[in-house]
Design a protein around this ligand. Structure first.
Ligand code: NAD
Length: 474
């Protein structure tokens, strides 16, 4: 008998419906909060060598309850309208959870980016952006893309440059896209933001003694074993920061070429070096290697924390009974199907859901957008002022106590915050506050039994209060 396998979109709908039952809101309002408000499906030609290729692409704006809408652009040959709709839907709830004042959106271009040269990808990106401009689907107050699977700061720079070429008169043009390189109006800390946010989220969850006790674990991230699927932007930063700042022990990794397992620990910097030199994670010294056909074994490795950081629909009814991790931290969007999730919850596993856990990217994108609208780097006005104040304070304490600080101690105490310090502290604060808001709902609402439902309830309530106070036009 074939096992039920909901699509990613169906899983997201199921999660929404499950949470909606706990809100007590009327059916019409819930329907408006659930549906995608605008879907733009396009086909455009791009000249590749002597050939003309017709490229299929999408931009979906899930919710206009706040403007602009916001969400990444994915380059993958698996892109479908349903997938982009699911991702756009998650964006709306993600923004609400971390109190970022945007509606959700997402873009998708159906190409395998690894099949094209940088010059060809630039053509595709510039044409896609032009299509969005023509239909009024991009702009600092309309819809603001960012990187997602298969795209990064390079593509965001091309989008920005195309936009300002077409809309040169707009003073705020740089706010049309986030995740740009720092020298092109980007913000320090955006590239690492999603992974760093995932780290703060996992660390926050591990710090709650009663939740860890239920899993048979001690509180704290330090010393916990971690396995990661996908070493791209999100996976590599999550792993590096969890190891370097959180003391987690990486014991397994999966990538497209296969998987490796080493229960006594893998140094992530050493593994990234090994992959750069050999082109593969396989044959990492001391680790057991699994070939490409068995790469999904990574999901079944024995560990405390499993971090799927690649794509959706990885844990399904086919493999869920072999998943051993006590905590599943959804760095990727939609890595667990709704049926598989039920089984994991029944088994008492802790799932830290995507719509909270990977919201660090959109949080720092929000900071970047604010920087672009203010036309000024964070910290520029107050860093030196604070530094001078702290300097005087330290000098006064030294004079009164007769004790002098070392140069190093003094430098640490008098340092004013720069852009990167402010971005990281803003992100940390956002992730900690959001986690505790969601956990509070889980504790308070007896019928809500998992963090994902609590996260959706939290987001639906916030969005509904916008609709209820603004009214519905006309
Ligand atoms: P990426 O393209 O930088 O990296 C994805 C990695 O996954 C690649 O290294 C790829 O080789 C690997 N991969 C693909 N299929 C795999 C498989 N079957 N097994 C193992 N590895 C596989 O993408 P990313 O930006 O890191 O995005 C990863 C996930 O995180 C996606 O679900 C994305 O939607 C989500 N996400 C990304 C951001 C962001 O800021 N980039 C923000 C929020 C959520």
């Amino acid at each position: 008998m074939t096992k039920p396998r909901p699509s990613f979109f169906e899983s997201v709908q199921a999660y929404f419906n499950k949470a909606a039952r706990h809100t007590g809101l009327n059916a019409g309002l819930l329907e408006q909060i659930r549906v995608c408000n605008a879907v733009y499906q396009m086909q455009f030609p791009v000249k590749i060598g002597n050939e003309v290729r017709v490229i299929e692409a999408y931009r979906v704006q899930h919710s206009h309850h706040r403007n602009p809408t916001k969400g990444g652009i994915r380059y993958s040959n698996h892109v479908t309208q349903e997938e982009v709709m699911a991702l756009a839907t998650l964006m709306t709830f993600k923004c609400a959870i971390v109190n970022v004042p945007f509606g959700g959106a997402k873009g998708g271009v159906k190409v395998n980016p690894w099949d094209y040269s940088p010059g060809q990808l630039e053509k595709i990106t510039r044409r896609y952006t032009t299509e969005l401009v023509r239909r009024n689907f991009i702009g600092p107050s309309i819809d603001v893309p960012a990187p997602d699977y298969g795209t990064g700061s390079r593509e965001m720079a091309w989008i920005y440059d195309t936009y300002r070429t077409l809309k040169g008169e707009e003073i705020d043009a740089a706010g049309c896209v986030t995740g740009k390189p720092v020298n092109q109006q980007g913000i320090r800390g955006r590239t690492e933001a999603t992974g760093r946010g995932v780290y703060y989220g996992i660390r926050g969850a591990c710090e709650v003694p009663e939740d860890m006790k239920k899993l048979g674990l001690t509180p704290g991230l330090a010393g916990k074993t971690m396995v990661v699927q996908g070493l791209g932007n999100v996976g590599s930063y999550t792993t590096t920061i969890s190891q370097d700042e959180g003391g987690a022990i990486l014991i397994g990794v999966g990538e497209v070429e296969g998987a490796i397992y080493k229960p006594d620990g893998i140094d992530i910097h050493d593994l990234l070096r090994h992959r750069k030199e050999t082109g593969s994670i396989l044959n990492y010294p001391g680790a057991k290697s699994f070939p490409k056909e068995e790469r999904n074994r990574v999901l079944e490795f024995d560990c405390d924390i499993l971090v799927p950081a690649a794509l959706e629909n990885q844990i399904t009814m086919d493999n869920v009974h072999r998943v051993k991790a006590k905590i599943i931290a959804e760095a990727a969007n939609g890595p667990i199907t709704s049926f598989a999730e039920e089984k994991l919850i029944e088994d008492g596993r802790l799932i830290i859901p995507d719509l909270f856990l990977n919201a660090g990217g959109v949080t720092v994108s929000y900071f970047e957008w604010l920087k672009n609208l203010s036309h000024m780097r964070f910290g520029r006005m107050d860093k030196r002022f604070n530094q001078n104040m702290y300097d005087q304070l330290v000098a006064t304490v030294e004079r009164l106590t007769g004790h002098s600080l070392s140069m190093q101690e003094r430098a640490m105490l008098v340092k004013g915050a720069d852009e990167i310090d402010l971005v990281r502290s803003g992100l940390e604060e956002t992730m900690i506050m959001a986690y505790h808001e969601i956990r509070e709902i889980l504790k308070r609402k007896k019928k809500v039994q998992d963090l994902r439902t609590a996260a959706f309830v939290n987001a639906i309530n916030k969005i509904s209060s916008d609709y209820l106070s603004l009214g519905i036009f006309p």
